[in-house]
Ligand binder design. Structure first.
Ligand SMILES: Cc1cc2nc3c(=O)[nH]c(=O)nc-3n(C[C@H](O)[C@H](O)[C@H](O)COP(=O)(O)OP(=O)(O)OC[C@H]3O[C@@H](n4cnc5c(N)ncnc54)[C@H](O)[C@@H]3O)c2cc1C
Length: 455
């Protein structure tokens, strides 16, 4: 039986005076640590690597080009919430488009102006409701066959690495829920000239007052700012080797062979890693098989700027080696030296496969060759590339995970153990959702502490 805060008792030697142990100093761990410290709860943050920020790290090379793991657009609302507004610039441009049939279609208006997509979406609406068992069913039911088969399904398969028929319909939860709302926000963007954020946050309302900003120094700089009040409480180069559970309750962590008592444990590791870290219960074992999609980001440098038709260009046609291209200097001009630009190509892969093992030079060459369909003189403009690889970019929502995934979304199943963040929640969420959801979980943790101390 899964224990609850009300039914469990404190393990011997454990007290509320022991700090809350936080595994990982990425954005989620820093959000949790900052919230708890601000409420007078002692914390200790253990970070395996030598620096904070995790996936939100930013890199600047000797030639003046900056890149993140993926481009990190945030909103003015998040910047204000973490006290970093004065270091963020509203972006002069943010738009998305699809490259289809040798031309670019702006999102969302270029899609709704296509008679083929609109007819097929209307036909789908008129059809009797069919059972929706998979992501493929969901896309065909909501978008119609043409838009689903030409755009949504190939893109989903490229970033997840699994057939859409094997993916849960819950994949669609990351997509803006209402077409009408998307169009309204698109109109607000056109009228106000603000780069209104669409599809970046689900926890709070999207509105014409929430727009994209880009932190100077990258999102990594924002994480360093969040780490400052915690600096005496963060241990870097300190991988947590295990999370100890006694009598159904997390009681501490092992670091460098030492047991460190904790009043609760918050983990930001991927869930399949969490399942292996936890000792003293097998409640998390089903998560050990969950997988994430590895990704290679090829940061291509070019002479010139404004080479893509939009800041983010989705490339659903299956012959392209990448599924998304981002020219971040259109939004944040300081990310590349004047007169030059950087385009990031996102490529899904498996650790150890041909793409993962390919040299930077070869990956760059392959991308540039494919890019000539969009930028005819890409080869002449090309100045080289820098490649970032991550084994953990996107949670893969296989249908066979669904019941365990939902159970885990409700509770870790272990008292005093909370799993947060994008990989920790196994959820397709961006930074702002991580922020609000983590704060909500921290409020729950504090309420459970009060109940436990009252008992
Ligand atoms: C391609 C891509 C593009 C993105 N673009 C955007 C965007 O434009 N806007 C946006 O808002 N978000 C974006 N995101 C999402 C954002 O990058 C992530 O959601 C966020 O950085 C995840 O933070 P996290 O703290 O949950 O996890 P992580 O950043 O993975 O942090 C986890 C930390 O825990 C540490 N750790 C793990 N295990 C242990 C252990 N056993 N002991 C100690 N430490 C451990 C790791 O070293 C790491 O530092 C993007 C993500 C990707 C992949």
């Amino acid at each position: 039986m899964r224990a609850t805060a009300a039914t469990s008792t404190r393990a011997v030697g454990q007290s509320d005076d022991a700090p809350v142990a936080i595994v990982g100093a990425g954005f989620a761990g820093l959000t949790a640590g900052g919230y708890l410290r601000a409420h007078g709860v002692p914390v200790r943050v253990y970070e395996a690597s030598s620096q904070v920020a995790g996936l939100a790290r930013s890199f600047v090379d000797d030639d003046g080009f900056s890149s993140d793991f993926g481009a990190h657009f945030i909103t003015n609302r998040l910047a204000a919430a973490v006290g970093f507004s004065s270091h963020c610039e509203p972006v002069p441009r943010y738009d998305e488009a699809f490259w289809l049939g040798a031309r670019s279609r702006e999102y969302p208006f270029g899609i709704i102006s296509s008679p083929r997509f609109v007819t097929s979406a209307l036909a789908a609406k008129l059809q009797r409701t069919r059972a929706v068992d998979s992501a493929a069913d969901w896309f065909r039911k909501h978008y119609g066959r043409a838009l689903a088969d030409d755009v949504a399904i190939p893109l989903t398969e490229a970033w997840s690495g699994a057939p859409a028929s094997e993916l849960s319909a819950a994949v669609a939860e990351k997509i803006p829920a209402s077409a009408l709302q998307t169009l309204k926000l698109g109109l607000a963007k056109r009228i106000s000239g603000r780069m209104v954020a669409i599809g970046y946050c689900r926890e709070l309302h999207e509105s014409p007052h929430v727009w994209h900003v880009y932190p100077r120094g990258g999102v990594g700089a924002m994480c360093e700012h969040m780490a400052q009040p915690l600096c005496d409480h963060i241990s870097t180069r300190s991988p947590v080797e295990s999370i100890v559970v006694e009598d159904g309750r997390a009681t501490g962590v092992c670091v460098a062979g030492q047991f460190e008592s904790a009043s609760a444990v918050i983990c930001t590791s991927p869930v399949h890693v969490l399942a292996k870290l936890v000792v003293g219960t097998d409640a998390l074992q089903p998560l050990a098989t969950f997988r994430y999609r590895p990704m290679v980001f090829v940061n291509l440098r070019f002479e010139g700027r404004g080479l893509l038709p939009a800041v983010v260009l989705w490339t659903p046609e299956r012959e392209a080696p990448f599924f998304r291209l981002t020219e971040t200097p259109l939004s944040a001009p300081w990310l590349a030296p004047a007169g030059k630009t950087i385009i990031t190509a996102d490529i899904g892969c498996q650790v150890g496969d041909e793409i993962w093992c390919m040299s930077d030079e070869e990956l760059g060459g392959r991308c540039v060759e494919a890019l000539t369909r969009i930028i005819p003189d890409a080869t002449q403009r090309y100045l080289g590339c820098r490649v970032l690889r991550t084994p953990l970019a996107y949670p893969v929502f296989l249908r066979c995970y669904e019941s365990e995934r939902r159970r885990f979304a409700a509770s870790s199943g272990v008292d005093g153990l909370y799993s947060i963040g994008r990989n920790g929640e196994f959820a397709h969420i961006l930074l702002e959702d991580i922020y609000w959801r983590t704060r909500r979980t921290m409020r729950k943790l504090m309420a459970e502490r009060s109940v436990a101390s009252a008992c």
